[in-house]
Design a protein around this ligand. Structure first.
Ligand code: HEC
Ligand code: HEC
Length: 294
């Protein structure tokens, strides 16, 4: 190994390594590079002091600023809740009939209601609210209502539910089973009459025979002309919309062993603001029925 010396060509010191006369220059690092390097070290130390950095068994060192992604989310959630709090208060206070006139509040309610619906209602009524006939979950998109389609009616239905054991104010009614009350022949005849109400194919003679049976046994709930009665949630039998199907078999099955839809109450679970929001959303879907006095 030769001694270090100054290279005459470049004026730079050599490292002292010498391989068969080839020597290595000890070129210093460029200043800008060196300072950047020191800078990153200083920055790293400051970062470790201020922010979460070193991984530990459960989490990481927290840093003196106390910042965390979770804290960020919590602050953001708080901000949204605060900005919604005013709206929710107004929604709870507003006279339901006047909700639609208050455009901002109505828009807020419908949007909030849509997300409530997705979370709590769609498993039965379907994501698009079209219902599931096989299970007796009504379509909420049409303007045909079992229990009423004004915003007040819908709020009541949602708040208390239907035929559930949990809420003493739930909507309630029960269609009697006619198996044993009417003979097989009479059940078939009254079914022909029911189908005649909405102009479905039927046997005119049987329907005429069934007509009196209908007036005696069914009209108290479904109305003389089959238009239904919202007071007892009895469906309109004279329109083309069926809760459980309008075939001869489906109607006879409902007469022999009536099925009854059950819906849970939402008042306590969701709170008044969300009940009103989701009702405003559903009211809009159904075309928005107004109170009869208007
Ligand atoms: C467990 C299933 C289920 C869930 C969940 C459910 N519903 Fe229902 N809902 C029903 C059934 C069944 C009926 C029909 C009851 C009947 O036959 O009278 C009904 C009826 C209704 C009606 C009355 C329709 C009419 O024609 O009068 C409204 C309004 C309604 N639901 C809204 C909602 C809203 C809003 C939610 C979510 C907060 C919801 N439902 C959640 C099962 C459900
Ligand atoms: C005490 C009231 C009451 C009486 C009486 C009654 N019903 Fe009903 N009916 C109802 C109710 C309530 C429903 C809805 C049940 C449900 O939740 O699905 C219903 C449902 C029906 C349906 C299914 C409608 C659809 O859209 O799918 C038919 C059909 C029907 N009734 C026919 C009759 C006939 C025919 C009679 C007489 C022989 C009769 N009902 C007597 C209350 C009554």
């Amino acid at each position: 190994m030769a001694d270090r010396k100054i290279d005459p060509e470049t004026g730079t010191e050599t490292t002292g390594h010498d391989w068969d006369g080839i020597e290595e220059l000890n070129t210093p690092l460029p200043r800008w590079w060196l300072w950047t390097f020191y800078g990153t070290i200083v920055w790293g130390v400051i970062y470790v002091i201020l922010f979460p950095a070193w991984p530990l068994v459960n989490g990481a060192t927290s840093g003196i600023l106390g910042w965390s992604t979770r804290g960020d989310v919590a602050a953001e959630t708080e901000r949204v809740a605060l900005s919604n709090a005013d709206m929710n208060d107004s929604l709870v206070a507003v006279d339901l009939a006047a909700l639609e006139e208050n455009e901002d509040l109505h828009r807020f309610a419908v949007q909030a209601g849509a997300s409530v619906f997705r979370t709590y209602c769609s498993q039965c009524h379907g994501a698009g609210a079209a219902g599931v006939q096989a299970s007796g979950y009504p379509n909420l998109l049409d303007d045909d209502w079992l229990w009423g389609g004004t915003i007040e009616d819908i709020v009541y239905t949602v708040r208390h539910g239907i035929r559930n054991e949990d809420d003493p104010d739930a909507r309630w009614s029960e269609m009697p089973a006619f198996d044993g009350i009417l003979s097989d022949e009479e059940i078939t005849a009254v079914t022909h009459h029911v189908r005649s109400l909405s102009d479905l194919e039927h046997d005119a003679e049987a329907a005429a025979f069934g007509s009196d049976l209908y007036l005696d046994n069914c009209a108290s709930c479904h109305g003389d002309n089959g238009l239904g009665d919202r007071f007892v949630g009895a469906p309109n039998l004279a329109d083309a919309i069926w809760l459980r199907g309008g075939s001869q078999e489906a109607i006879e099955a409902q007469l022999r062993a009536p099925r009854h839809g059950v819906m849970p109450p939402w008042g306590e679970r969701l709170g008044e603001a969300e009940v009103r929001a989701v009702s405003a959303y559903v009211h809009g879907l159904g075309g928005g029925e107004r109170p009869a006095s208007e």
